[in-house]
Design a protein around this ligand. Sequence first.
Ligand code: ZN
Length: 165
Amino acid sequence: MIDRRLMLTSAAGLFGFIALRWFGIAPAHAEKFEIEKTDAEWRAQLTSAQYEILRREGTEHPYTSPLLKEHRKGIFACAGCDLPLFSSDTKFESGTGWPSFFVPLDNAVGERVDRTLGMARTEVHCRRCGGHLGHVFDDGPKPTGLRYCMDGFALQFHPANPQPS
Ligand SMILES: [Zn+2]
């Protein structure tokens, strides 16, 4: 009797597992990334603001990122792994208080549906380290009509022509 119950339980468990795989409903953060570190390693490497956003999917307060007013030519890279993510050529003033871009660089970001806060939004993360960057919305300017609403503290700027110091 016990054996039978055990068998049923594990069969149900197995079925549940297969169903999850089948329907692609993987638990959040199950995705594998090229750069993976332990939580302690990320905490040691990042500032608390960077950690909260990149690793805990936090959101910075609007108008707090120094990158909002960054208008030089250059590249905005991941603050977690330095992968180039956005070009200054695609940055625009969205008026939202967060650095905004109309398209990412090729092979730079990954996206997934985020159903927190009772709505379906598209979450955007670094494709190399999985660090959370922000969300993408479809009310952006031409040519893409997209608005990549990024947390400035998840990014670091590399000017194209660094001033000699
Ligand atoms: Zn990264």
